[in-house]
Design a binder for this molecule. Structure first.
Ligand code: BTN
Length: 316
């Protein structure tokens, strides 16, 4: 049996039982199952619905836990506890609830009812469109060892997106993701509680507009991956697997050597480099000068380079 025959039967994106597929293709149910497994391993988004059958999901771009797990290396798969939900208040909040029972909880949800952004903002989280991903990370060292972590995560997420396709992903300090001058994603890092056995519990939440069509409650200009790079097939399962892989690799590197080793990689993506900037409170004006070794943004002023430690910077 050719896999194409199987995929063309599935292409109506209805649910097909193994029995009906076997009958139509003139093969055994075991042969169907083997071809489904092979197609999934080759990257085709096929959902297995227990007791019902199989469904081709890529055009709908449905989130599917098994597909994501299938795209992870065994070493990553074994480290994480992956939860994929239809709806949740916030994936960061869900990870916070799971942190006590799971060593490395990773939560994805198809939508969020109270998605949160930086500085107390709301994060628009409509259903079926975007990626809402959070990881509960245990970072070795004290709180000071966290300097620059969120920037290192920005590098990891940008790498994961570029591996799928599209074009260059830019970073706006501290950790907004930009494409061709517009924001399509952000990272919210929240520190959880006390130091535990020399580790700090950190929740890293990543929001990426993938197929965002409209958002009434967004208070800043935005774009989405499929608007910026419409020729690319953006598959949320693939993006999620890539981000989980890149983030865990970045955390290992960060724990071993701190932010310093990410500095160059971050600066290559800096959308503000050389541009006239002003801090949010309007107090400091200068030209974008990149970041220092702990992740502060450097403003070049007449008095020299001044590090900005927190807050937002914008174009003058
Ligand atoms: C920003 O303000 O730019 C950061 C946005 C972070 C949004 C993500 S979506 C997944 C996770 N859950 C949340 O409630 N927020 C983060």
């Amino acid at each position: 049996m050719k896999s194409n025959a199987l995929l063309s039967l599935l292409s109506d994106r209805e649910i097909h039982s193994g029995e009906s597929l076997a009958h139509k293709l003139g093969v055994s149910r075991t042969a169907v199952w083997k071809h489904i497994r092979k197609a999934i391993a080759d990257g085709t988004d096929i959902r297995t619905i227990r007791g019902q059958g199989y469904q081709l999901v890529s055009a709908l771009d449905l989130l599917d836990r098994d597909i994501i797990l299938g795209q992870l290396n065994a070493s990553v798969r074994e480290r994480i506890q992956l939860t994929v939900l239809d709806e949740v208040d916030s994936t960061n909040a869900e990870v916070a609830r799971l942190l006590t029972s799971a060593p490395l909880p990773v939560v994805l949800s198809d939508c969020q009812t109270s998605g949160r952004g930086r500085r107390g903002r709301n994060w628009a989280s409509p259903k079926d469109q975007n990626l809402y991903l959070s990881l509960g990370l245990s970072i070795k060292g004290g709180f000071s060892a966290l300097d620059g972590l969120s920037l290192a995560l920005g590098v990891a997420v940008a790498n994961a997106i570029e591996q799928v396709g599209g074009g260059e992903v830019g970073l706006k300090w501290p950790n907004d993701l930009f494409a061709q001058g517009q924001k399509f994603g952000g990272i919210l890092v929240e520190i959880q509680g006390e130091l535990q056995e020399g580790c700090v519990q950190v929740i890293a939440g990543i929001g990426i507009n993938v197929h965002m069509t409209q958002a009434e409650d967004v208070d800043q200009p935005w774009t989405s991956l499929d608007k910026r790079w419409p020729d690319q097939a953006w598959v949320r399962n693939q993006l999620a697997a890539g981000m989980i892989t890149q983030i865990l690799a970045a955390v290992t590197e960060f724990e071993a050597g701190g932010f310093r080793q990410f500095r160059e990689r971050w600066q290559r993506r800096d959308i503000f480099s050389g541009l006239p900037l002003v801090t949010r409170d309007g107090e400091l004006k200068g030209v974008g000068g990149g970041i220092d070794e702990t992740g502060n943004y450097l403003l070049k002023t007449a008095e020299g380079e001044i590090p900005v430690r927190a807050g937002d910077i914008s174009l003058r």
